[in-house]
Ligand binder design. Structure first.
Ligand code: MN
Length: 313
């Protein structure tokens, strides 16, 4: 049993309905205009304009109408786009080749900026960096993050760093930017900054620690007239597989910790990481003693913590 599906204009479907009227016996299924049954095929025409020919010889019936196929309506489904999504996944070989990785820090912390770093790792350095203990910064103590970040600098690992300070973060957020879009633009800028730095040094790919679907990332940067550099890949938990992403995560985290120290000195409170109830209590204390305005300089105001803290004041 074969089958064919084609899209036709509404008028053609009415012509078909008229043509087959003697053999339209079946009750049409949901969304269908009619269903007809000939010796050759069962023909089902849908409201969408799609007509399905199935049975022993569907082509005999189909050929009667093939000249009327609505080609203007034959918009290719975004199949290409979908296959791109799978293409965004890095090849296994990338992790052992020379590549770039990027990661961010601070997105889940009420206080402090969002920092993003991209790092370029030559394949000859991978073993050494692993031995040094470069891995996902979430698995490392703050003290060790600072140490490892210094070691990366000593080894002259090419890297870039972008810091989105709280005032800017809050103003973008008020303009309607989602945190996802901010992250996408931060990664994009960090990668471009690094690409400029390394000039023509070769690499096998760019790996972004995935925080949203790659096609959404592409749309975020496209909304700012930017596009993906060649050979860009996305993967969740990439810092556990790629030493370049792990290096990026260490540099980004170290920068976040430094910025938190600076902010703490600036506002006169030892600012807490994370977004827990302890953070709520500290926010309430700051509001009581300094007023709410100061939060714009050191916090991500749209977090639910702000409202929770107001109730504690
Ligand atoms: Mn990450």
């Amino acid at each position: 049993m074969g089958q064919a599906v084609q899209t036709f204009k509404k008028e053609t479907i009415q012509k078909m309905k008229h043509y087959y009227k003697q053999v339209i016996n079946d009750k049409p299924p949901a969304g269908a205009v009619f269903r007809a049954r000939t010796d050759n095929a069962v023909i089902t025409a849908y409201n969408s304009g799609k007509v399905l020919f199935q049975g022993s010889n569907p082509e005999i019936e189909y050929k009667k109408w093939s000249n009327d196929v609505n080609t203007t309506n034959q918009k290719r489904k975004p199949i290409a786009k979908q296959s791109n999504i799978t293409n965004f996944h890095p090849p296994q070989t990338l992790f052992t080749e020379t590549h770039i990785g990027s990661d961010e820090s601070g997105t889940g912390d009420y206080f402090g900026p969002v920092t993003t770093s991209a790092a370029y790792i030559n394949k000859e350095q991978i073993a050494e960096l692993k031995k040094l203990g470069i891995t996902d910064s979430k698995q490392i103590t703050d003290q060790n993050v600072m140490y490892l970040s210094n070691e990366l600098a000593k080894l002259n690992i090419p890297s870039s760093l972008i810091v989105l300070h709280n005032e800017k973060y809050n103003s973008l957020q008020k303009q309607g930017w989602s945190q996802g879009k901010m992250k996408a633009m931060l990664h994009h800028h960090a990668i471009n900054k690094l690409l400029t730095k390394i000039k023509n040094r070769p690499y096998d790919g760019i790996l972004i620690d995935q925080f949203c679907q790659p096609d959404l990332y592409v749309r975020y940067i496209a909304s700012e007239n930017e596009s993906l550099p060649d050979k860009t890949f996305f993967m969740t938990k990439a810092e556990s597989y790629s030493i370049a992403v792990a290096a990026g995560s260490v540099i980004a985290r170290a920068s976040f910790l430094n910025e938190m120290d600076k902010l703490s000195a600036q506002v006169g409170y030892s600012l807490l990481k994370g977004a827990s109830q302890h953070v709520d209590a500290l926010i309430a204390q700051i509001i009581r003693e300094q007023g709410e305005a100061i939060l714009n300089t050191c916090a991500k105001l749209h977090f639910a913590n702000t409202k929770k803290a107001r109730k504690l004041v």
